[in-house]
Design a protein around this ligand. Structure first.
Ligand SMILES: Nc1nc2c(ncn2[C@@H]2O[C@H](COP(=O)(O)OP(=O)(O)OP(=O)(O)O)[C@@H](O)[C@H]2O)c(=O)[nH]1
Ligand SMILES: [Mg+2]
Length: 321
């Protein structure tokens, strides 16, 4: 039977035996659109670097309380605990559930040893919650995904080098999550300082063998590899955040007003905020989600399952003895 089919004229097969499986992409799209997407972003960095402000700038609304003050009398509001907020954003019929995990800044204590532990624990807890749900006999068809897909790491714009504490935190984070570094408050650096600082940071990352996102995989085709290379050349993104709207040429934009002028955070000549936003939402959103599942979660999962196997083997052998 099979040979009869292969011997038929190709034209005939196309004309009369069209079964329509090419519509599978549309079927998948329809299903995915109905289900919607979920994206979990975490911001980490030393205290007061503008983490909460940048989150609000990124998603163009007041999503997270930041220290940003509208008049000088109001008390600054520092983030004091790990705080997850969920928002549903709809764009052209695509529903994105965005979870933002704002973390308290670290590095302002006398002894900063282990101050990053709660953050790393939070990330691992999400993996272990997912694994537990996956291993139940009657598992849900869709397990709610709270695993962190992207961790934006804020670097102090000192223009010098990374602090030892930053290196310690980065090392821990890069083992469990996709890390994307940004230079915070980059309005404080000149263009030359910024370029030199970027190079120095990346050299340090290499020296300390900190593996940053994006990763190349065998599945990547040539354009994807080139895009990743371009992103790597740009890291860390030098960003500026603002929760205020300022008017430039009659247009309302997110910006910061100084005595000497106005910074438009969305202007590529002023900072790389737009590159970061495009990278997160336009080019790498799906890949960040996939990499989390296929690399970070897989590593966690296999470690946990191996440990489980070993402990049950030990129990059996001690029971038998
Ligand atoms: N110059 C400048 N100031 C900024 C920028 N982003 C935020 N700020 C200001 O920095 C201050 C701290 O901002 P937050 O967003 O609360 O900082 P944070 O990192 O969330 O602080 P913690 O939660 O305490 O760690 C506020 O006064 C912001 O207005 C920036 O890009 N440039
Ligand atoms: Mg904050």
């Amino acid at each position: 039977m099979a040979s009869a089919v292969t011997q038929a004229q190709p034209d005939e097969i196309n004309a009369s035996s069209y079964v329509g499986f090419d519509s599978i992409t549309r079927q998948i799209e329809h299903k995915l659109l109905k289900r919607g997407f979920q994206f979990n972003v975490m911001v980490v960095g030393q205290t007061g670097l503008g983490k909460s402000t940048l989150v609000n700038t990124l998603f163009a609304s007041h999503l997270v309380e930041s220290k940003g003050r509208f008049d000088p009398e109001t008390q600054p509001r520092a983030t004091t605990e790990i705080h997850a907020q969920s928002h549903v954003i709809v764009e052209n019929g695509v529903r994105l559930r965005l979870n933002i995990i704002d973390t308290p800044g670290y590095g302002d204590q006398i002894n900063n040893e282990g101050c990053w532990d709660p953050i790393v624990k939070y990330i691992k807890d999400q993996h272990s919650a997912y694994l537990r749900k996956e291993l139940t006999a009657m598992r849900d068809r869709f397990i709610p995904d709270t695993r962190i897909h992207c961790c934006i790491f804020f670097i102090n714009p000192t223009g010098h080098t990374l602090k030892p504490i930053d290196i310690a935190v980065l090392k821990k984070l890069a083992e469990v999550v996709n890390v994307v570094p940004v230079i915070a408050k980059s309005d404080s650096l000149t263009l030359e300082e910024r370029a030199a600082f970027k190079q120095r940071i990346m050299a340090e990352m290499q020296h300390h063998q900190i593996r940053l996102y994006p990763f190349d995989s065998e599945e990547n085709d040539e354009p994807e590899l080139q895009l990743n290379e371009r992103i790597r050349d740009m890291l860390p993104f030098a960003v500026i955040g603002s929760e205020r709207t300022v008017t430039i040429d009659g247009k309302a934009v997110r910006g910061r007003k100084n005595r000497w002028g106005v910074i438009n955070v969305e202007d590529e000549r002023h900072c790389e905020f737009v590159y970061l936003r495009n990278f997160l939402t336009r080019t790498h959103l799906q890949d960040l989600i996939e990499t989390t599942a296929q690399i970070h979660y897989e590593t966690f999962r296999s470690k946990q399952l191996l440990a489980l196997k070993e402990s049950s083997a030990k129990q059996q052998s001690s029971g038998g003895a």
